[in-house]
Design a protein around this ligand. Sequence first.
Ligand code: NAD
Ligand code: UGA
Length: 476
Amino acid sequence: MIKKICCIGAGYVGTPTMAVIALKCPNIDITVVDSNKSRIDAWNSSNSHDFPVKEPGLDDIIKEVRNKNLFFSSDTEKHIDESEMIFLAVNTPTKKEGEGKGFAADLTNIDACAKQIARVSLSNKIIVEKSTLPVRTAERLKQLINKEKQEGINFEVISNPEFLAEGTAIRDLFQSDRVLIGCDQTKDGFAAMESLINIYKNWIPEERIIKTNIWSSELSKLASNAMLAQRISSINSLSALTEKTEAKINELSLAIGKDHRIGDKFLNVSPGFGGSCFQKDILNLVYICRQYGLDEVAEYWHQVVKINDYQRKRIFNIVNSSLVDLKNKEISILGWSFKKDTNDSRESSSIPISSDLIVNGANLKIYDPLSNKKQIIQDLITYLESKNHSLKEIESLLRQVNINKTLSECLSNSNAIIVLTEWDEFRQIDWQSKNKNTNQVNLPYIFDTRNILDIKMLKLIGYEVFQIGNGNNTIK
Ligand code: NAD
Ligand code: UGA
C-alpha cells in the first residue's frame, strides 16, 4: 500500500487532483511541490483568495486536508526522496523554438523532473505521468532516468492522464467517467498499475478504471482532446453556413445532439475554443503524425485548429463591419477567461479578438468576474509581442484598454458590447433597467458570441443584436 506521494506541479491539475486523493485516502501523506515558490506560498496562505487556481469546491477541500495529509512545499528533493509514488503534473506547452517549433510539446519540464528524480532518489519509485504527453514519452523518461539513477534503485513509469475540465475539476475528479492507467506489460508494470488502482478504488467504481498498455494510454489523452475540440470546430464551422442560409445554429445543435449516437455535449457554438490544452494537444498530435509520415492524418487534425482561428477572425470581422469604423469606438468586452467558472485565460479567444480590436483603433472596457487586471494586461502584451508589435506600439495600444471592476461600469456608455465568455452573471443582466437608466442616444450593438442572451427580449427593448450562426438575427 502506498503511504507517501509527491506531486510535482502545483497547478490546475496537480493541486485539485492531489486534494481529492488526500480527501479520499486519509492514510496517504501527499506533498505537492513546485519550482515556483510564490505558487507554493499562495497555496499555503491562510486566505483562500490567495489560492492561485480558482475551482468551485476546491477551497473547502484544501481547508479540510491541508496540513493534515496534504502539504505544499518548495523542498522538492526531500519530498521526491521520501515518496513511493511521484506524479508528474508539470506543464507541457507547445515548443517555441527548435525542432518541432509551434507544434511539438516542449518536454523541458518533464525532462528536468526525470533527471531530478533519478539524481535524488535513494529508494524505488513509481512515476506516474499525469501531464499530457506525446505517445512514447515513457520510453524517453526511462532512458533519462536510467542514465542518471543511483545503482540498485528501480523505477516504474506508468501513464495516468487527467481528463478533468476547468470549472468542474472537483466534480470531474469525484465522478470521473473513467480513470485510465497504462503500464508496461510486465510483472513490475502490472504491480505499479495495481498500486495506483488501489488508490482510485477508494472512490471510483472499479468498472470505470480502464487498464491499457502505456502507449494507448498516452495517445488516448491526445485523441480525446482532439475529438472534443473537433466537435466544437465542426459546430463553429457550421455557424458560418447557418448565417448565410437563415438556419439557426442552436436549432442545429439540438437536432444533431438528440441522436443518441452523436450526443448533445460539446455542440455549443462559441468564439472558438480556448484553454491551455486543446490547441497544444492537437498541434502535438499533428506533429507526431507528421513524424510518422502520416501527412493526410496530420492535415485532418490541423484543420480543427485552423477552423478555430477562422472563427475568431470571423467574429472580429463581423464586429468590424457592423461598426463601420472601429477608430475611437468604445467596446465593452464581457468575459476574459476561456470558459466560465475559472480564472484561467490561457489561449482564451478574448485575447486575439480584443487585440485585433485595439490594433484597429477601438477602445476597450474589459470585465471578467475572476481574471485579474495584471493577467489581462499580460495576456495582451504576450499576444501583441507574438504578432511582432514593438514595445512602444504595445504601450500605446494598452492606453486604449480599461479593466473594469464591475459589470455595470463596463456596460456603461459603449458603442458595442461583446459577450465572449458564458458567465452566468451575463445571462442575468437586467437590460430593461440598464436601458431606462442610460442617457445614451444610441443603444450599443450587442454581439453575443456564446448565444446566451434572450435575443427576443433584447430586440423588443430596441437593441440590435448579433448571435453567432443565428440565421438572419444579424446586425444589418
Ligand atoms: P500549470 O501551468 O497550471 O501547472 C504546472 C506547474 O508545474 C507550474 O506551477 C510550474 O511552476 C510547475 N513546474 C514546471 N516545471 C517544474 C519542475 N521542473 N519542477 C517543479 N515544478 C515545475 O499546468 P496545468 O494546467 O496544471 O497542466 C499540467 C499538465 O496537465 C499539462 O501537461 C496539461 O496538458 C495537463 N492537463 C491540464 C488540464 C487542465 O485543465 N489545465 C487538464 C488535463 C490535463
Ligand atoms: C478540456 C477537456 O474537456 C478535458 O477533458 C481535458 O482534461 C482538458 O481539456 C485538458 O486536457 O486540459 P477544459 O479545456 O478545461 O477541458 O474545458 P472545456 O470544457 O473542454 O472547454 C474548452 C474550450 O472549449 C472552452 O473555451 C469552451 O468555452 C469551449 N467549448 C466547450 C465550446 O466552445 N463549445 C462547447 O460546446 C464546449
